[in-house]
Design a binder for this molecule. Sequence first.
Ligand code: ZN
Ligand code: FE
Length: 243
Amino acid sequence: MGVTVTAIPCLSDNYAWLLKDEATGTIGLCDPGESAPMIPAIEAAGGKLDWIILTHHHGDHIDGVADLVARYGAKVVGATADEHRLPKLDQKVVEGDFFSLGESRARVIDTPGHTRGHIAFYFADGGVLLCGDTLFALGCGRLLEGTPAEMFLSLTKLAALPSETLVCCGHEYTLSNARYALTVEPDNAALQSRAAAAEALRAEGKPTVPVTVGQEMAANPFLRAKDVDTLARIRLGKDNFRG
Ligand code: ZN
Ligand code: FE
């Protein structure tokens, strides 16, 4: 049956993701940057929270954890490598480990680049990728602690997932990413239509995510970069882009 997922907007442009294992009703929540917007969503899903799933240590992804653990007694899973700067972990994971949400299993993928200890969770059954600030719709995370080579390898791993996989990322950056992406690939028709669709969704106040790996492979210049040098060049361009 697998896992289903819902975006919960929080802070100014973050998304947390509420996950439900359909077989058992086990509930997970990825990257709660604050607790208040999570509570109505958790209550609507049955009023319990079993697991908090963390992709990396930044405050806009973890600052809601303490309150939610106190309120619901949720357990927390995150990267062994970042144990020293994450909330207290009940399960510590490294590349290749599996995390179980009820009967749904997620494979842990090491995705350094944005931060050193950044990880992603891939639920094959249900086709859900929790990728934090590594891959965004039409963009990728800033290289705050990592090199272009590390980010290139991280994106290569995500690009290898099935094309129907839902990319559940940490931020609503799609419009800004689209404006920059169009400077990199102005003639990419898939990108042009994604940019127009994103404009329409945001005009209605709707999230532009999740998107699929296949959609991103067609339109995201960072995921489409053929080598490290290309990725480094377009990442630097985005860092300096004002548009
Ligand atoms: Zn971050
Ligand atoms: Fe973030």
